[in-house]
Design a protein around this ligand. Structure first.
Ligand SMILES: [Zn+2]
Ligand SMILES: [Zn+2]
Length: 158
């Protein structure tokens, strides 16, 4: 073993011994450190979540199967059999991140899951269909123009 490695191993051992002996103190230290670095912790956890989500999205084709939306902020995994909540409970993962972790652990199963954007997902959930499926692509673009006419910004002075 290299001297440096040995020193590191010794340091690890020493810290572990200290922690075992000073359990309460160690917990206090850690809590204080966390409180001081809360932003850093949260940021790291958030980034981890985003990375996991991006990984899941890439594994499921990167876009909404219905409308083709590619913004990861809008995308979510839909249960094609409609039993989302039941399934999440059955695997014991109620949160989105836990569910994503479950998908990754299981090699991103495609059976029963597909990538949807929030719009399509909600419409499917509440109405059992998505409006996108009832009109051809070309109509859709023109329809949107009619529904959302471009307006000049209101309330902004010259
Ligand atoms: Zn969509
Ligand atoms: Zn749709």
């Amino acid at each position: 073993m290299q001297p440096l490695e040995r020193r590191r191993a010794y340091g690890r051992l020493w810290r572990k011994k200290w922690r075992d002996k000073n359990h309460a103190k160690a917990i206090r230290y850690e809590r204080r450190w966390r409180a001081k670095n809360r932003d850093k912790c949260n940021e790291a956890a958030r980034r981890l979540g985003v990375n996991l989500k991006k990984e899941v999205i890439a594994a499921y084709g990167g876009k909404c199967v219905c409308c083709g939306n590619r913004n990861y902020e809008f995308l979510t995994i839909g249960h094609t059999n409609g039993n989302g909540n039941k399934h999440r409970r059955s695997i014991g993962e109620s949160s989105g991140r836990g569910f994503y972790r479950w998908l990754k652990r299981n090699g991103f199963p495609k059976d029963g899951f597909e990538l949807q954007c929030m719009n399509c997902n909600c419409s499917l959930f509440w109405f059992g269909y998505c409006p996108h499926q009832r009109e051809p692509m070309a109509d859709r673009a023109s329809r949107q123009e009619v529904l959302e006419p471009r307006r000049a910004p209101v309330g902004k002075g010259v």
